[in-house]
Design a protein around this ligand. Structure first.
Ligand SMILES: Nc1ncnc2c1ncn2[C@@H]1O[C@H](COP(=O)(O)OP(=O)(O)OP(=O)(O)O)[C@@H](O)[C@H]1O
Ligand SMILES: [Mg+2]
Length: 309
């Protein structure tokens, strides 16, 4: 659905996107992740045909962003990170206006506008002035606008930025609905944990280069250090617990980490419960016992520090 090959964009001396190869399939929900200035917005603008690549190629729905932009624009809905607010326009007028721009025939316009208002839960605000909407509502209106021409591909640049926790959850539910409708969606964000349950693929960029791309589950698996077990014991028992654990044959190291004791087991150990047994036998109370969990936040930090090839 989306394919980039050696995609590069330079601004003078500065290389914003550096030989990027992305491959996103139909129905994928792709988390586009990277620190500030990594080149996410630039890449999305190129895919939306608003910017031309300096070198390299990008294809969306089989069309090249160079020379076939008109075809792409019909298939793609692009929501920028910032969009202006229009004064003295009601929600309904705003959407009618964009429906006209998208050349939706007048007869269909009312139906389409009604559909996207329903989908984004804004019907009750259709007579309200756009400028009177809250930030979260404006964000949803922005999404409603890019859905008007029923695009197959959605490019959403930080759709949840600036939203309060409830609005973020609502935005996520809305995106799930769009996912279930079969849309292909690229979402850029810094809020990684929010994307984990929504997306099936992830691409991590840093300074214009792709550091990792693949399935979300695979990236988490790849980053999980095997044989790491963490336990929490009362503060005054921490050192004793550490020493007890270090004495176990199959324990390589036992260290204090934050408020936990972290144990690294020999690779061949399949049952880590010995760690808990030793502590309980010695009368050390245990309030937590777990294998190390890796979330996207960790993945991001490790990958962008170059800790994983
Ligand atoms: N119009 C421009 N002129 C010059 N440099 C630009 C321009 N647009 C972007 N850049 C530079 O390109 C690099 C990538 O910017 P981009 O906006 O794509 O990053 P981003 O990953 O979206 O960052 P953020 O997370 O902050 O939104 C940055 O170093 C930025 O300063
Ligand atoms: Mg950006």
């Amino acid at each position: 659905m989306i394919e980039t090959r050696g995609l590069t964009k330079t601004y003078g001396e500065m290389t914003a996107v550096d030989h990027l190869d992305l491959s996103i399939e139909k129905g994928d929900i792709f988390a586009f992740i990277g620190p500030n200035g990594a080149g996410k917005s630039t890449t999305m603008k190129i895919l939306a045909t608003l910017l031309r690549p300096t070198t390299g190629q990008a294809y969306v729905c089989g069309y090249s962003v160079i020379g076939q932009a008109r075809h792409i624009r019909r298939k793609v809905g692009y929501m920028p990170d910032f969009f202006g607010v229009y004064q003295d326009m009601t929600v309904n007028e705003y959407l009618e206006f964009f429906a006209a721009l998208y050349k939706i025939p007048p007869k269909e316009r009312r139906r389409m506008v009604g559909d996207v208002l329903d989908l984004t839960d804004l019907s009750y605000k259709k007579a309200a002035d756009v400028s009177s909407l809250s930030r979260g509502m404006q964000q949803r209106l922005g999404l409603a606008r890019v859905l008007l021409h029923d695009p197959e591909v959605l490019l959403l640049d930080e759709p949840a930025s600036g939203l309060d926790p409830r609005a973020r959850v609502e935005m996520r539910e809305l995106l799930k609905e769009l996912r279930n409708m079969g849309k292909t969606i690229v979402i850029s964000s810094h809020i990684l944990v929010e994307l984990a349950e929504l997306c099936n693929k992830v691409g991590i960029v840093e300074r214009g280069k792709l550091v990792y791309s693949g399935g979300i589950d695979e990236v988490l698996e790849k980053l999980r250090r095997p044989g790491i077990v963490q336990v929490r014991v009362p503060n005054d028992e921490r050192e004793r617990a550490r020493a007890l654990l270090e004495d176990i044959d199959v324990v390589k190291t036992a260290v204090l980490r934050d408020d936990l004791v972290e144990v690294e087991l020999d690779a061949e150990v399949t049952d880590p419960s010995i760690v808990a047994r030793v502590l309980l036998n010695a009368g050390v109370p245990l309030s937590l016992f777990r294998q190390e969990e890796v979330d996207l936040e960790d993945a991001f930090l490790r990958l962008t520090k170059g800790q994983v090839a």
